[in-house]
Write a protein that binds this ligand. Structure first.
Ligand code: SAH
Length: 539
């Protein structure tokens, strides 16, 4: 036996991946292998390190899974081989989670294990539906109980009549299949038919739904809505408190499905903010950013400061490198302009590949189109002198026009832009008497073929809104959507197209696609307001 092996039985929480404990997350990040259930959110698996093995051992409807004995055997085998094993279970491992059986098996095998508790579904359902399990003057006790009759003769079945006689709160797991029997038995035990009951499906998830009825009307109310497992049934006067305590469904974008056409990295802040507002967010980049070819002369040498040696002519390099070397060698223009955060990042990357650093930008004034570009520059210690608030060339041109030119006498501008950038900016600058070097800092590439994930979202998942962050994202989206574009545009059109920035708006119009709302500046409060307007969500 390898002494290093250990198995963590980790509670993943009820569904929302944010509801795992910090300790649970740490175990996941360090794991060599994770055995996971269906109810543990698959998002969490993305926290594991590269090379970590993921093994699904959960039951799915119609598929009984591999069986508890086999799971225990796998846990023992992996732990014995010296691995850091995580057994990731929905909710809490020790509440209707069979974690006890796994712990006993590991203990009997003489292996190390630890238990990491999780937020159980009943507690989450209570919080997310706004139904306190205990409440002064209403309920002083709560029973957690399974509604699933045991097939195992040694496990006594629940005495529902006895529970009906007690009159306190009940938190029922796995009760949907026996709903009718349970309510009859509770009433037969003495519980009033008018007792409030709430059923909460998918607690804590964007798909959460909740029905409140009474023991008498429960079965019919649930059948009408088509609610299914996984659901928690909360019985007792406490269910009546939902009217005043509910909050989750009141978040402004609750239940809305939003697609961001960007990489996950670029989307993180806005995705989190939209999720906080209640939306279910998916991301998918509509374009790819690629560096321009790096052509470095064979005999290139660098001096002690890692600057390219002077003997090599800048002309021997690719145009981007050439422009940067010229800047570093004090052929200083009056202005350097960045038009996107991608432009800043790709230019910086090339600068570093050349052994140069921020000093290359010393001297000239710096301008940025849009707040995101300005933020990107600031991350590299470069604070722009001029920022066009709206991410549009016209805005920057206007700013240049209204500038006091006495302070900036050198009328030479270097632009670092995308391969797809239009000529509005250089043309406008030239009209204003500037000499312009228009440098391609990165290539914007479109997807080659339709994307099945995006098609599935359009056809089956019923998206509510798509956010386009650039003009090129519109073209990328059209390619990825392929035939599914028709179903997205199928009347009555419920899908909303949201343009972030004027170039996205123009591209949508040119592509004959709807543009329901344009948010001129990509500030989060404006995007949220725009989305609310587009989706007609009132505060
Ligand atoms: N160990 C888990 C329970 C597993 S039993 C825990 O502590 O939560 C499976 C049952 O949990 C389901 O039938 C359902 O009753 C409940 N459940 C799990 N996730 C749920 C969710 N997100 N919403 C409502 N009920 C859920």
């Amino acid at each position: 036996m390898n002494a290093g092996g250990i198995c963590y039985l980790v509670g993943a929480g009820p569904g929302d991946p944010m509801l795992i404990t910090r300790r649970g997350l740490r175990c996941l990040r360090e794991a060599d292998i994770v055995f996971h259930d269906r109810l543990a959110n698959a998002e969490l698996l993305r926290e594991t390190k590269t090379g970590c093995e993921h093994v699904s051992v959960g039951k799915t409807p119609g598929n009984p899974g591999i069986g508890q004995e086999e799971i225990c055997r796998l846990l023992i085998e992996s732990t014995r081989s010296g691995k850091k094993v995580v057994r990731l279970k929905g909710g809490d491992p020790f509440l209707f989670g069979r974690g006890g059986e796994e712990a006993v098996a590991l203990a009997q095998a003489g292996l190390r294990f630890e238990i990491v508790p999780g937020i159980t579904a009943g507690i989450a359902a209570s919080a997310y539906a706004g139904i306190p399990l205990t409440h002064r003057g209403i309920a002083g006790a709560v029973t957690f109980v399974t509604g699933h009759e045991s097939e195992d003769a040694d496990t006594p079945n629940v005495d529902w009549r006895a529970l009906g006689a007690l009159g306190h709160s009940l938190c029922i797991y796995m009760g949907m299949a026996n709903l009718d029997i349970i309510r009859h038995e509770l009433i037969a035990g003495g519980r009033s038919p008018g007792t409030p009951v709430a059923v909460i499906q998918n607690a804590s998830l964007p798909a959460q739904s909740c029905v409140v009825a009474t023991l008498e009307t429960l079965f019919e109310a649930v059948s009408e809505t088509g609610m299914r497992a996984p659901a928690i049934i909360l019985v007792g006067e406490i269910a009546g408190l939902r009217e005043s305590c509910s909050w989750f469904e009141k978040r402004p974008l609750f239940g809305k499905r939003v697609l961001l056409l960007r990489t996950e990295n670029q989307s993180r802040d806005i995705a989190e903010a939209l999720e906080e507002a209640g939306a279910a967010v998916v991301t998918c980049p509509a374009i790819r950013i690629e560096p321009v070819p790096f052509e470095i002369p064979e005999n290139a040498t660098f001096d002690s400061q890692r600057k390219p040696c002077a003997e090599i002519q800048p002309a021997d390099y690719d145009p981007l490198s050439r422009a940067l070397i010229c800047l570093a060698r004090e052929a200083k223009p009056g202005w350097i302009v960045f038009t996107s955060a991608n432009g800043v990042e790709q230019t910086w990357l090339r600068l570093r590949q050349l052994g140069l650093d921020a000093r290359a930008f010393a001297g000239p004034r710096l301008a940025a189109i849009g707040p995101k570009t300005a933020e990107a520059l600031t991350r590299y210690g470069l604070v722009p002198d001029l920022i066009a608030e709206k991410p549009s060339s016209a805005d920057l041109l206007e700013a240049f026009r209204s500038m006091n030119t006495a302070k900036t006498p050198i009328k030479h501008v270097v632009l670092f832009r995308s391969s797809l950038a239009d000529t509005i900016l250089p043309d406008g600058l030239r009209e204003n008497g500037y000499t312009v070097d228009d440098i391609v800092a990165y290539r914007t590439c479109f997807p080659e073929k339709p994307d099945s994930r995006l098609q599935e979202w359009l056809e089956r998942w019923r998206l509510d809104a798509i956010l386009f962050f650039s003009g090129s994202a519109v073209e990328g989206f059209r390619i990825m959507a392929g035939d599914a574009l028709d179903s997205a545009l199928f009347p009555p059109l419920t899908l909303r197209f949201v343009a972030i920035g004027l170039s996205a708006q123009q591209a949508l119009m040119q592509a004959d696609l709807p543009c329901d709302i344009t948010v001129p500046i990509p500030h989060f409060p404006d995007i949220l307001r725009g989305l609310r307007d587009a989706l007609r969500v009132t505060e």
